[in-house]
Design a protein around this ligand. Sequence first.
Ligand code: NAD
Ligand code: MG
Length: 397
Amino acid sequence: MTDSATIRGVAILGATGSIGASTLDVIARHPSRYRAVGLSASRDVDGMEGLCRRFRPDLAAMADPDAASVLRARLADLDGIHVLSGEAGLLEVARASAADTVVAGIVGAAGLAPCLVAAEEGKRVLVANKEALVVAGDLIMSAARQSGALLLPIDSEHNAIFQCLPPQAATLDDAGVERLVLTASGGPFRERDPGTLASVTVEEACAHPNWSMGRKISVDSATMMNKGLELIEACRFFGASAGQVDVLVHPQSLVHALVQYRDGSTLAQMGNPDMRTPIANALAWPERIAAGVAPLDLLAMGRLDFSAPDGGRFPCLGLARDALAAGHGATAALNGANEIAVTAFLDGALRFDRIAGVIEETLSAMDGEPENRLDALVDYERRARREATASLKRWSH
Ligand code: NAD
Ligand code: MG
């Protein structure tokens, strides 16, 4: 029996996004277990106002100060919702005392500081924000070790790995794990004639065959940089070496990842491609709660296909592997350059097939290795953003 004393407060960073919507959908199915006590967004006042009216959080933060002022005025008729603004506001939501769980669902390195704060505060942190792990994963993991925070991955592949690992193992080696295998759908251009990639439109790139997601991650899926970021995420999260993580293209997106053990066993986690499954898994872990996701019907599906990724068609995957081998500076720079290139593509300022070129040029322009400290990594990532912006001018049409 659950009563109000055991209702868990959840703070959702990136509440107006796709991860935010999936999380709030799961929470709304379990009002006796969870309450959304804090919400944050960038500047979508209409979306945030609707969420505040429906979920009545204690705290609502807008990263954009003007948007915060508008929200505050719009919510004047409601009692008890404190509207916060700017990065300080996001951090306040991440450390809210009423929240025992924080969902890191902001897109991009903008979510790094709040994710780190939630880890430092000893929260249960549901990590969707892979860019935070790519830029400063070791720092987030070690903050969690020090504070006792429970970090749970909700990126579907990483949540699948988490589910296939024994709960107590300190290291992969202790657990007898030899390899981690991430599956990838291959995105919308898995079979498209590579000669036509120059003319890809934003709508085509964002039309993922299996998952409905925000625009940035949809473009990352179309270039397969998403899988590159996830390779890095897997190494940082699970302490795997680069050579221990493989990628398999699996167009049906039903097997989300596999863990291979030294005794010859391979465990896989399967399910329909719906983010509510990993979110519900991490919210309730080690219990299991309903997520509103239809059970997997393998008979209806009929077959599961697997193939090796095509490195020629998807150069971003190789760039991510190279960055992972080069070190923390290179992975931070990879992320910064990718964010700049994807934004330019979404704004119509860069051709789809030139995204990889901007990233490659940025990485070769970077020198020196930053210390593995937050300020140094963030500075290095910002420098990469400036290099990428300069490179863009050369590649833009
Ligand atoms: P989205 O674009 O749908 O939502 C992003 C959210 O972040 C929004 O609420 C937005 O207001 C907020 N935001 C954006 N920029 C911000 C800033 N500068 N400061 C503060 N808030 C900001 O994105 P999404 O698809 O929900 O993805 C969120 C994260 O989760 C990404 O890192 C993505 O890679 C990861 N992820 C998403 C999915 C998915 O199915 N959508 C799956 C796995 C991982
Ligand atoms: Mg994923």
